[in-house]
Design a protein around this ligand. Structure first.
Ligand code: NAD
Length: 503
């Protein structure tokens, strides 16, 4: 029977990654599904960041002159190649990140969706024409490429986050340098090979338009510090963003920071409780709690708290934990560190008076090297200790509330500000929640859980989540610089604000 390692390596070959790249390197890649080591890939040497940025910098100066709709054609070809590679790349995501087949494929679908979006965008990089106070003048704004855009991505969406950034950065006329998570280099190598195929089909693409750096923090920092990198879009923990954001700010470079969340939902007495139960269950337990938008805090109105929590516990008990490739709903944590962080958060919650349901390790037959856990539901009386932090694992803290305004205040009273939702059929509550006095998050949903965003909206959050926006809406503006142009087509030189300077 083929091992996971065999399947991964065959899939990589199918995707265009040479077998010779999978052995002999210093970075061991293991599957969280069973702990098996799949490959040893070579890390980019420290000097490699500068060399890659130099090539990308050169490519950017040619790419910026290719008309945007033609740049869109490259991204259309990338979408084509991704469609052809969908099954294989989805399978590899499942093996390397430990996701179910449906989630692995969903991630690749997200890449395809953002390519489609970016192709349309390539004809819509609109600037405004602005009314000017001076006669025979015209004022307008134009959007230009930034140059080289760096992309740092996390293990939990190993390829979709790259595509969000890459598709937009490319149609906006930039070259890209990608530093994926050191935990998921194989899906990055495969995605890069897919883009290389699109580049081969596109005659006017300059050489070296896209670069890949394999390794951890050190190579990431070398890219972040390179003055030729105009902007970095960094997705990962708040701890990472604090370092990267400050380094970029020190040289006045642009940053798009997509950091940790501590997402909450409110269930009100008027809610459709069947729908709320399903929404909460997927948001809290899906992807084994390893989405930035995973539901981590739940506020339930006291009048329905006990009955809702009883139903929720039954849902927690009913989900199957096991090999995600065999169709189990809750797959593994990424590694042992993640498991130990979960245990430590649960111990700390218990010390704070929390009543813990679940959270125990599950040994899965045939996958003994993987870290599987039963999702944990913890009843808390207040929002203290680990409840205020993001633990990247399936822990849901449940608290009762008495009035809606308090629930909103509690939901906002954490350092993070990514995603939030309310389950209600009361129009006033729904509208208040999405108003200026409601949720302070970048994502505020009604009758939908906190996770599972579509690419059409701008994605990101406030406060310690970093403030960046990626993906849809006008997020493309983060990958371009705006110039204001004032053109005088007359023979006089009127000055703004009526200032005179006659010589
Ligand atoms: P992480 O912070 O450990 O690593 C993320 C990436 O940053 C990796 O590529 C890592 O090598 C790199 N990195 C770390 N320190 C760096 C430094 N000083 N300079 C340059 N690069 C550095 O995060 P993780 O464990 O891979 O992912 C989980 C975290 O990511 C969670 O906090 C989750 O909420 C967050 N996340 C956020 C979003 C979002 O859109 N807001 C999306 C996915 C994940």
């Amino acid at each position: 029977m083929a091992t996971l390692r065999d399947t991964a390596r065959q899939t990589l070959e199918q995707l265009g990654v040479a077998a010779s790249m999978l052995d002999g390197g210093g970075l061991a890649v293991r599957s969280p599904v069973n702990g098996e080591t799949i490959a040893h890939v070579a890390e980019t040497p420290a000097s490699g960041a500068s060399a890659a940025v130099a090539v990308a910098h050169q490519a950017a100066s040619a790419w910026r002159n290719v008309p945007a709709p033609h740049r869109g054609e490259l991204v259309r070809l990338l979408g084509d190649e991704l469609r052809a590679a969908k099954d294989a790349l989805g399978r590899l995501v499942s093996i390397e990140a430990g996701k179910s087949p449906s989630e692995g494929l969903g991630e690749v679908q997200e890449m395809i969706d953002i390519c489609d979006f970016a192709v349309g965008l390539s004809r819509q990089l609109y600037g405004k024409t602005i009314a000017t106070e001076r006669a025979e003048h015209r004022m307008m704004e134009t959007w230009h490429p930034l140059g080289v855009v760096g992309i740092i991505s996390a293990f939990n969406f190993p390829v979709a986050v790259w595509a969000w950034n890459a598709a937009l950065a490319l149609v906006c006329g930039n070259a890209i340098v990608w530093k994926p998570s050191e935990k998921t280099p194989l899906t990055a190598m495969a995605s890069h090979a897919v883009l290389e195929r699109a580049l081969e089909r596109f005659a006017s693409a300059p050489k070296g338009l896209s670069q890949l750096l394999i390794g951890g923090r050190e190579i990431g920092e070398a890219m972040v510090d390179d003055p030729r990198v105009a902007a970095v879009s960094a997705t990962g923990s708040t701890a990472m963003g604090r370092v990267v954001g400050q380094r970029l700010a020190a040289r006045f470079a642009r940053s798009i920071l997509e950091l940790g969340g501590n997402n909450a939902a409110i269930v009100t007495p008027s809610a459709d409780l069947d729908l709320a139960l399903r929404g909460v269950a997927f948001a809290a337990m899906g992807t084994a709690g390893q989405r930035c938008t995973t539901l981590r805090r739940l506020f339930v109105h006291r009048s329905i708290h006990d009955s809702f929590v009883t139903r929720l516990k039954a849902a927690y008990d009913s989900v199957t934990v096991g090999n995600p490739l065999d169709g189990h709903l809750v797959g593994p944590l990424i590694d042992s560190d993640s498991y130990h962080r979960m245990r430590s958060a649960l111990d700390s919650a218990a010390t704070c008076g929390g009543r813990v349901h679940g959270g125990t390790r599950v040994v899965v037959e045939g996958c003994e090297g993987g870290y599987y856990v039963r999702p944990a539901l913890v009843e808390m009386t207040s929002q203290i200790g680990p409840v205020r932090e993001e633990t990247f694992a399936p822990i849901l803290y449940v608290m009762a509330y008495d009035n809606f305004a308090d629930a909103i205040a509690l939901q906002n009273d954490v350092p993070q500000g990514l995603s939030s939702s309310v389950f209600t059929n009361d129009m006033r509550e729904a509208e208040l929640f999405v108003s200026a006095s409601g949720s302070d998050c970048g994502i505020a949903n009604v009758n939908i859980g906190t996770s599972g965003a579509e690419i059409g909206g701008a994605f990101g959050g406030e406060k310690e989540t970093g403030g960046g926006r990626e993906s849809g809406s006008d997020a493309w503006q983060g990958y371009m610089r705006r110039a204001t142009n004032t053109i005088n087509y007359g023979r006089n030189l009127p000055l703004a604000q009526g200032v005179t300077f006659d010589v």
